[in-house]
Write a protein that binds this ligand. Structure first.
Ligand SMILES: *Cc1c(COP(=O)(O)O)cnc(C)c1O
Length: 374
């Protein structure tokens, strides 16, 4: 086996961009679990779907490069979302859409993004890896973490370098929908000033609340969507940007030439067929049913101080003994997501809704652990 050569450079990492030296990589649920050596049986930490429909590839030819933007997938998603194909960009997961927006609209070392915290971690990781600054606008838990358009207007006024304002509805990790009136107010204060990105990764669990209607009126509004959550295809890596065709055209200048592998577009197209969408809706409504049962169960456990309202496939809870509970559950093979390091989320844990059986196991284990802890 060849040996690494140390003669040219003793410490090759010192050749990397200095601003990356202190960067914390995105703490994905997988990475955290792997580093901690967690052997789980019940994975309720990544907002994945607990159930899925088995799928089969309908092509076996992979010798050609894929279509840059697979037409069947673009068309399928446009139909599902109720937009035109010109308003759709297919990406390698919603995460690639986030990254592309930052790379296309923010100059490294000059521009910034702003986000309402607590929120999804990838906006700031993507910004930082591209040399773009991050401004947090902290939201108020007593107001359900709903963004304050006036606070946003103030930041946009004070900080001309902000090029994108990120918001997430339903919010991750908070779970709450942002009222359409608030999203519209955000669209108003960002007119002529910056992009407003509304991340709708979980909107398939409450499709009537989509902000899609804003696209026609506000050309600077952009939606992020994904097949990773309600469509139960996190392993596929397929997401979408929905925006004004002029924004889509800009993003196409920056995206890699062949971002969507043939197997991905083949399966995504099937998932977006009428039958595929119907299966997704059935799964989502089962998930919502299981969610109400889980919420009832959690509310009846004395050690839990707050169970926050949710419109997604996960539930945020707050409890004094969060870290003990988290560790004790982990030892029993039940893995949740600790959110306590996010602003305003001290002692908060995020729980993905599992199968009814997994949810019962969780509640049973929680009850036993609290009896031991008191
Ligand atoms: C899961 C998620 C995404 C995108 O995930 P992909 O798997 O990259 O499609 C985007 N935003 C939020 C808030 C999410 O939770």
């Amino acid at each position: 086996m060849a040996q690494y050569s140390d003669t040219i450079c003793q410490q090759p990492e010192t050749l990397a961009r200095p601003d990356l030296a202190t960067l914390m990589p995105y703490q994905s649920a997988r990475r955290i679990a792997q580093q901690a050596g967690i052997v789980g049986e019940v994975w309720l930490n990544a907002n994945e779907s607990a159930v899925y429909d088995s799928m089969t590839l309908t092509t076996d030819a992979f010798n050609r490069y894929p279509e840059p933007q697979p037409e069947g997938v673009v068309q399928g998603y446009a139909t599902y979302a109720g937009v035109t194909p010109e308003q759709v960009l297919v990406t390698r997961g919603g995460d690639e859409g986030i990254e592309l927006l930052i790379r296309t609209f923010c100059r490294p070392g000059v521009d910034c993004i702003a986000q309402f915290a607590p929120t999804y971690g990838m906006y700031s990781v993507s910004a930082q890896t591209n040399g773009v600054g991050v401004i947090n606008i902290i939201t108020d838990p007593s107001l359900g973490w709903i963004p304050d358009p006036e606070a946003a207007a103030q930041i946009l006024n004070d900080r001309p370098e902000v090029q994108i304002l990120f918001t997430c509805s339903p919010g991750n990790p908070t779970g709450n929908l942002i009222p359409l009136s608030v999203l519209q107010a955000l669209a108003e204060v960002t007119i002529g000033r910056c992009l407003l990105v509304i991340d709708e990764a979980y909107i398939d669990f409450s499709p009537e609340s989509t902000a899609k209607g804003l696209l026609a009126q506000y050309p600077h509004v952009v939606l992020i969507r994904t097949l990773s959550k309600a469509f139960a295809l996190a392993g596929l890596r397929c997401g979408f940007v929905l925006a004004n065709p002029k924004v889509i055209t800009m993003l196409k200048k920056v995206i890699a030439p062949y971002p969507i592998p043939v197997p991905v577009s083949n399966l995504a197209e099937q998932a977006l067929s009428d039958a595929g969408v119907q299966r997704m809706r059935d799964r989502a409504s089962n998930c919502i049913q299981a969610r109400s049962e889980l919420i009832e169960g959690l509310k009846s456990i004395p050690g839990i101080d707050a169970v926050y309202p949710t419109d997604a496939n996960f539930i945020l809870v707050r409890l004094t003994k969060a870290s003990q509970l988290f560790d004790a559950l982990r030892q029993r093979g039940i893995v949740l997501r600790d959110q306590s390091k996010q602003p305003t989320l001290e002692n908060c844990i995020r729980i993905t809704v599992g199968t009814p059986d997994e949810n019962r196991r969780l509640l049973q284990a929680m009850t036993e652990i609290f009896q031991e802890l008191t």
